[in-house]
Design a protein around this ligand. Structure first.
Ligand code: 13P
Length: 343
C-alpha cells in the first residue's frame, strides 16, 4: 500500500474550495430520477445526461472528483473520449461506486446490509485500469425509535463490511470513501440522530482499526446530525452545525484527512447552509469539511434538462451554480443571498 499516494489523493479530493460530485446512481436509482422528468432511462439517455454534467464549463474550479457508476465509467463522450479519461484531462479525479447495493439483513428484518465484497479486488483492478483513483461504499442505517432500531446487529455488520472494503481498496492503492449513512427519513429527533450517528461512527472506526486501514488514506462520508424529515421539530442551522461538529469531534480520529458529507434528501439550500455554518464557525478542526453531494448538486440540473438538447446550457448553469455555492460553503463564504445572483 502506497500510504503517501493515498494520503495525497484524500487531501486533494477534500481540500477547500472543492468537493465531490456523486454521479454514481445505480440503474434503478437513475430511473427513479428520470421518471420525475418523464425521460426514458436507457443506456444512451443516461450517457447523455452524464456527459452534460461532466462537460459543464469550469466545473473543476469547484469539483475535485466525480463518483461514477459501473456503466458510466465504461461510457464515452459524444466524441468518443472515455469519461474517466475526459475527467482526468479536466483535472477532475474519477471515482467509482463499488458496492453492489443493499439487501435485507435477515428474512424478517427491515434493516439492510450492503453487498459486494466477493470479487472486489478483481473489479478494482479493472476500474483502476480505466482510470479510477478512489471508490465509494454506502452502508444504510435506519432509525425507528419505536422498534428500537437500528439494531446492534445492523450497525456492527455494516461496520465490519465497511472495514473489509476499505482495506481491500487500499491494498489496490485506491482511496476508499467510507459512507455509513444514517437515513434522515422518519419522525425521530436530532438527539436520536446524534446518538445513532455517534454509535455508528464508533463502530466503523473500531472496524477500520481492526482491519488495519490506513486512516490517512480514507475519506469519511457521513450524514449530518439532523432532525428526522417528518419530525415536528426541525433543528436550526446553528444546531445542526454544532451537533454535527460535536459528534464528529467525539468520534472521528484526527488522522482522517477529510469528511465529505452526503446530502441525504436535504433541500439544496439547506445542504449548502449547513456546510457553510460548520466551516464559518469551526475553523480549528483537524479534517477538511467538504461535500460529496448527489441530489443537492444535481436536482436543479436534472429538472432544467428534461431530456432536451435545447436545455443543456441551462442545465449546466444549474450545476455550475450549486457547485459554486457549495464550494463557497467549504470556506464559510456562502450567503443565502447568493441564491439570487445569476451564474
Ligand atoms: P445524496 O447527496 O443524494 O445523499 O447522495 C450522495 C451519495 O453518494 C449517496 O451514496
Amino acid at each position: 500500500m502506497n500510504e503517501k499516494k493515498l494520503n495525497q489523493i484524500s487531501i486533494e479530493l477534500s481540500s477547500p474550495p472543492k468537493g465531490i460530485l456523486a454521479a454514481d446512481e445505480s440503474t434503478n436509482t437513475i430511473k427513479k430520477r428520470f421518471d420525475l422528468i418523464n425521460v426514458e432511462s436507457n443506456f444512451e439517455n443516461r450517457r447523455k445526461y452524464r456527459e452534460l454534467l461532466f462537460k459543464t464549463k469550469n466545473l473543476n474550479g469547484f469539483i475535485s472528483g466525480i463518483i461514477l457508476y459501473d456503466e458510466t465509467i465504461k461510457q464515452s463522450t459524444s466524441e468518443g473520449i472515455p469519461f474517466p479519461v475526459y475527467l482526468e484531462k479536466k483535472k477532475i479525479a474519477p471515482g467509482i461506486k463499488v458496492d453492489a447495493g443493499a439487501i435485507p439483513i435477515t428474512n424478517e428484518s427491515s434493516e439492510k446490509i450492503t453487498e459486494g465484497l466477493d470479487g472486489l479486488s478483481k473489479r478494482l483492478q479493472e476500474y483502476k485500469a480505466l482510470g479510477a483513483v478512489f471508490t465509494k461504499w454506502r452502508a444504510i442505517i435506519d432509525i425507528h425509535t419505536k422498534n428500537n432500531l437500528p439494531s446492534e446487529h445492523c450497525i456492527e455488520s455494516n461496520a465490519f463490511v465497511l472495514g473489509r472494503y476499505a482495506r481491500i481498496v487500499q491494498e489496490n492503492d485506491m482511496v476508499p470513501i467510507v459512507e455509513p449513512e444514517v437515513i434522515m427519513d422518519g419522525k425521530h429527533s436530532i438527539e436520536d440522530c446524534y446518538e445513532v450517528t455517534a454509535k455508528t461512527l464508533k463502530k466503523v472506526f473500531n472496524q477500520l482499526d481492526f482491519h488495519k486501514v490506513f486512516l490517512g488514506g480514507i475519506l469519511l462520508k457521513p450524514n449530518m446530525v439532523i432532525s428526522g424529515k417528518d419530525s415536528d421539530t426541525q433543528a436550526s442551522i446553528k444546531d445542526v452545525a454544532k451537533m454535527t461538529v460535536d459528534c464528529l469531534k467525539e468520534n472521528v480520529p484526527n488522522e482522517v484527512p477529510g469528511i465529505v458529507f452526503l446530502s441525504g434528501g436535504q433541500s439544496n439550500e439547506l445542504a449548502t447552509q449547513h456546510l457553510n455554518e460548520m466551516n464559518k464557525n469551526y475553523n480549528e478542526l483537524p479534517w477538511n469539511l467538504s461535500f460529496s453531494y448527489g441530489r443537492a448538486l444535481q436536482k436543479p440540473a436534472l429538472s432544467s434538462w428534461m431530456g432536451q438538447e435545447k436545455n443543456i446550457i441551462d442545465s449546466q448553469n444549474a450545476l455550475f451554480v450549486r457547485s459554486k455555492h457549495n464550494s463557497n460553503a467549504t470556506i464559510g463564504k456562502y450567503s443565502s443571498e447568493d441564491e439570487n445572483l445569476s451564474p
